[in-house]
Design a binder for this molecule. Structure first.
Ligand code: S3P
Length: 171
């Protein structure tokens, strides 16, 4: 089984991915970590030192590399991964099942508020600016996210409920 977790920043892709991987006894790959390891730099460092265009190029390369693996895995993407180049097409044409972890604007805002510094796209925004930015950004990105094979709403749910919903959708 190959599963790709898709969703906006802070929708729980990595957290849920790790739990799911344990549950299914599969390896877990976080695309951002994969990129960081390869570049020997954190994601914010890549953005500031090399720029977003460079990041997006490496992101597509790494996505292709991971999807090409023989072994089964749970892969959590970055929030922007499906929205650049032909990445969503690549995901849909791969042998992996894609799942969109759908979080509302208030849920995302609340979660991002505390961890802005790790996220270069929102690091410069004030807490007051966050909801409007997230609303617009999510609206643009949902076009891609909603093409996923499955959609799971995460708002107000415990982690284990999301994992259960995911397993039900996949099996
Ligand atoms: C990004 C999301 C980040 C990371 C990079 C860009 C985005 O991943 O890939 O900062 O464009 O939404 P998370 O979704 O894990 O925060």
């Amino acid at each position: 089984m190959k599963i790709v977790l898709i969703g906006y920043m802070a929708s729980g892709k990595s957290t849920i991915g790790k739990i799911l991987a344990k549950e299914l006894n599969l390896s877990f790959i976080d695309l951002d970590h994969y990129i960081s390891d390869r570049e020997q730099m954190s994601i914010p460092e890549i953005f500031t030192q090399k720029g977003e265009i460079y990041f997006r190029k490496i992101e597509t390369k790494c996505l292709l590399e991971v999807l090409d693996k023989e072994q089964e895995f749970i892969l959590s993407l970055g929030g922007g991964t499906p929205c650049y180049g032909n990445n969503m097409e690549i995901i849909l044409n791969s042998d992996a099942a894609s799942v969109y972890l759908k979080a509302s604007i208030p849920t995302i805002t609340e979660r991002i508020r505390t961890g802005k510094r790790k996220r270069p796209l929102v690091a410069h925004l004030s807490n007051e600016e966050l909801p409007e930015f997230i609303g617009k950004h999510l609206f643009e990105r949902q076009f891609y996210y909603l093409q996923s094979n499955h959609s799971i709403t995460v708002d107000g749910k415990q982690k284990y409920e999301i994992v259960d919903d995911l397993l039900k959708a996949l099996c």
